[in-house]
Design a binder for this molecule. Structure first.
Ligand SMILES: Cc1ncc(COP(=O)(O)O)c(C=O)c1O
Length: 409
């Protein structure tokens, strides 16, 4: 069956090209499929992943603790670097505690079901069957463009016959969210959104979301994967940018993007983290992140503090690219961030545009249905702090030529 599906997808030319990065040469330049290209596709937004201090920290910790951690956090996999990293994230985010996962994906699919239901809730109800708070049903309100890991996390809340109603609100549409919350009779309401949407580069209006959620006594869960380390005066993310950090109950993020490493986290109260330590299944049943990565991430947080020029440059060049592409006549889907999608009308043109970019030595893959809406075929440009001015000029010139040749602008 699977073979048949893939053959049909290939025959319709829908199977994505998976390009191979053979190594990095300098800055954002890499050898891809045998050719040196400037990568405009990486989530290493601050250019930290190959920072010498991070590499040194990873090597030193790997020598001490080994390549693999050898266990899950509840068995042999809690090592000093994991605890140091959690303390460092809590200090960075200004929360009482933090908890790390081996990936942002694993954070969402572990936290979400643990928050909504789970075995521990059943256990506590067996001691205290009248516990009003636990008996109250929960309803989830999720943005339609939320990341796949959030959607999968929500699906897992239904495990064991748990019935959790889910309402989907239109992307960033607070009037729609308000109307849905108004209709809800659930005692617990959880609003869930990305901080920055990963394909369209738009920010969730957290300031308005907080106002709406307050009206209905709803809590907010934000996955700030593409914003932590970048936005806000100290780079603490979308909630800092909007000045609403204290109003977001669940601040989740990834360590795999601006932090230049690998992992996911939640920054919150000690009690909530302690609860998740024994309730989030991806924490309990998954081998913890290697100590080398954990120590490198501690350095990444220092670098984010010590080198604000990285996020300042990223924000400045992103603004320049967005402005230039818009004035050339491209649709950039309302992006206001370092993720700049460039509309190419349909998947044939988007694929062609990506090929033409590659011919010019620029790596920026195409995205098309079902990854994005049917009328949203795009080439996604991800900017990083280490792109040079010349590389940005080359990108803009190349996109202008390609846009004209393909009749987009
Ligand atoms: C919003 C969001 N959450 C979570 C993830 C997954 O994070 P990770 O790559 O660390 O597993 C991504 C990845 O792109 C994302 O965009």
């Amino acid at each position: 069956m699977a073979e048949n599906i893939v053959r049909i997808i290939r025959s319709f030319n829908y199977y994505p090209r998976i390009d191979k990065i053979e190594g990095f040469t300098e800055g954002a330049k890499a050898i891809i499929n045998g050719k040196e290209c400037i990568t405009f596709s990486s989530n290493d937004y601050l250019g930290l992943s190959r920072h010498p201090r991070m590499i040194e920290a990873a090597i030193e910790a790997t020598r001490l603790f080994g390549v693999g951690s050898g266990g899950s956090r509840l068995t042999a996999g809690t090592q000093a670097p994991h605890c140091l990293l959690e303390a460092k994230i809590a200090e960075f985010k200004g929360t009482e505690d933090a908890m790390v996962f081996s990936a942002g994906y694993l954070a969402n699919i572990g936290i979400m079901p643990a928050l909504i239901g789970g075995t521990l809730k059943k256990l506590v109800l067996s001691f205290d069957p009248q516990n009003k708070e636990l008996l109250e049903p929960t309803e989830i309100f999720v943005d339609q463009l939320a990341h796949a890991s959030i959607i999968d996390g929500i699906s897992l809340t239904a495990k064991g016959g748990n019935k959790v109603p889910v309402q989907i609100f239109k992307n960033r549409d607070m009037a729609h969210l308000e109307a849905l919350l108004e209709d809800s009779t659930a005692g617990n309401k959880l609003v869930v959104s990305d901080g920055v949407f990963s394909l369209h580069g738009r920010m969730a209006p957290l300031d308005q979301m907080v106002q709406v959620a307050k009206k209905f006594n709803a809590e907010i869960y934000v996955d700030d994967a593409h914003s932590t380390g970048i936005f806000g005066e100290n780079g603490r993310g979308t909630a800092e940018f909007y000045g609403v950090e204290n109003e977001i109950a669940f601040q989740v993020g990834t360590l795999s993007k601006a932090f230049g490493g690998q992992g996911g986290f939640i920054a919150s109260s000690k009690d909530l983290c302690d609860y998740l330590r024994v309730a989030a299944r991806t924490h309990m049943f998954q081998t913890s992140m290697p100590a080398g990565i954990a120590m490198a991430l501690i350095v990444a947080i220092d670098l984010i503090k010590e080198e604000p020029w990285r996020r300042q440059r990223l924000i400045a060049i992103s603004e320049k690219v967005r402005k230039n592409l818009t004035s050339l006549g491209f649709n950039i889907f309302g992006s206001t961030t370092q993720i700049v999608p460039v509309g190419f009308e349909n998947e044939v043109k988007a694929k062609k545009a990506a090929e033409m970019l590659m011919d010019d030595g620029i790596f920026a893959p195409p995205y098309y249905y079902p990854a994005v809406g049917q009328d949203e075929a795009m080439v996604r440009v991800n900017l990083t702090a280490i792109h040079t001015d010349e590389e940005i000029e080359k990108l803009l010139n190349s996109l202008e030529n390609i846009g004209q040749k393909l009749g987009i602008i």
